[in-house]
Design a protein around this ligand. Structure first.
Ligand SMILES: Nc1nc2c(ncn2[C@@H]2O[C@H](COP(=O)(O)OP(=O)(O)OP(=O)(O)O)[C@@H](O)[C@H]2O)c(=O)[nH]1
Ligand SMILES: [Mg+2]
Length: 364
């Protein structure tokens, strides 16, 4: 699962990537600095892991990770090949969620491809290009399905109706994610097309450091414009955080963060949000060798969770011993949790909960 950083050129996407990841992307004050996508595997900050570390005192600690991709900027006409054109659209299609970066800071020295700072216009530009690309996808599919629909094939007719609904909405500037479908229709006819505007999105408002905690008028405009989208709007002083991230010393970083009013980097919050946006959650394994956070899709069963560690664990799954994170912390050790009768034994239909501390029994 990966989240892609998307936006106009020169709005701070690569700078944001550098806040998140240690794989340094080139960032510079000119449009289309990024061409090939930068990929980073980013640790998901999770205070629960430190707590478990204190309790278990393991040899090592492994955090959960999420993959972030920094993608080339896109401009008006991109869907028709302008700028870097279609190439980047393929990069976006390969991601599972979109982090849409909007420039919300004034600075005459940083070029804006459309001449002025206006995050609402910028958002519309990006949305429109992605919608045009999806329109192309919908039309291609429609062409294919039309003939079969004419001959009376019921399924083809259903698909045609759904594709027409998508097409009409895209033409009216409505993204696929905003449309309602029955779960069955969605699974059968919408999801397989992998529409770009169907991917979950969150907005990252790039502000200057004075607005890191408060936001600014641009951010207010963004909030107002997306209020019906049910999408998170995150405020981040990307440039400043990238500078702070360059410092090697933890204390020093915390000091500079405190200066702009933060007790943790906005980028940490962003990673957690991206993780949620990807529909992921964490369960833990806690042993003396290793305390580790594992990533599972929300709704995953115990065997599927076991499969994240090893496919054999899933195939040979017998049962799982589960301790809720809060119980683990309250009683302080696995033994004490057991004594208190708070360790549960769960079977193959158990739906994993965020924060479960799990131990799997299996045979191979
Ligand atoms: N003042 C200020 N400058 C910023 C901020 N974020 C990024 N910049 C600068 O803006 C310029 C462009 O940043 P990049 O991160 O390379 O932009 P990008 O969106 O990746 O651009 P492309 O790869 O060309 O699409 C660089 O000179 C950054 O230093 C910010 O928050 N404040
Ligand atoms: Mg870039």
């Amino acid at each position: 699962m990966k989240a892609g950083i998307v936006g106009l050129p020169n709005v701070g996407k690569s700078t944001l990537f550098n806040c998140l990841s240690n794989a340094k992307a080139q960032s510079a004050n000119f449009p289309f600095c990024t061409i090939e996508p930068n990929i980073g595997v980013v640790n998901v900050p999770d205070p629960r892991l430190q707590k478990l570390e204190e309790l278990v005192n393991p040899e090592r600690v492994m955090p959960a990770t999420v993959e972030i991709v920094d993608i080339a900027g896109l401009v008006k006409g991109a869907s028709k090949g302008e700028g870097l054109g279609n190439q980047f659209l393929a990069n976006i299609r390969e991601t599972d969620a979109i982090l849409h970066v909007l420039r919300c800071f004034d600075n005459d020295n940083i070029v804006h491809v459309d001449g002025s700072v206006d995050p609402i216009r910028d958002k519309e530009t990006i949305d429109m290009e992605l919608q045009l690309k999806d329109l192309e996808t919908a039309e291609k599919k429609l062409d294919k399905v039309k003939r079969a629909a004419k001959t009376g094939n019921k399924e083809a007719q259903k698909e045609e109706a759904i594709l027409n609904k998508i097409k009409e909405n895209l033409e009216a500037g409505v993204s696929v994610r905003a449309l309602d479908f029955s779960e069955e229709d969605y699974e059968d006819y919408v999801k397989p097309s992998q529409f770009i505007t169907d991917k979950p999105v969150m907005y990252v408002c790039n502000v200057d450091e004075g607005a890191a905690t408060t936001g600014n008028a641009y951010v207010e405009n963004v909030r107002e414009a997306v209020k019906d989208e049910n999408a998170e709007v995150l405020v981040l002083a990307v440039g400043t955080e990238a500078d702070i991230n360059e410092l090697d010393d933890y204390e020093e970083r915390q000091m500079f963060l405190a200066d702009i009013g933060l007790d943790e980097p906005g980028s940490a919050k962003l990673i957690r949000s991206a993780y949620k946006l990807l529909n992921q959650q964490t369960y833990f394994t806690a042993g003396v060798k290793e305390v580790r956070a594992w990533t599972v899709t929300i709704g995953a069963t115990a065997p599927q969770a076991a499969g994240v560690i090893h496919t054999d664990f899933e195939k040979g799954f017998i049962r799982a011993e589960v301790i809720a994170y809060d119980d683990y912390v309250q009683y302080g050790s696995e033994a004490k949790v057991k004594e208190a009768g708070k360790m549960r034994v769960e079977g193959k239909n158990y739906i994993v909960k965020d924060g479960d501390v799990m131990h799997f029994l299996f045979n191979v």
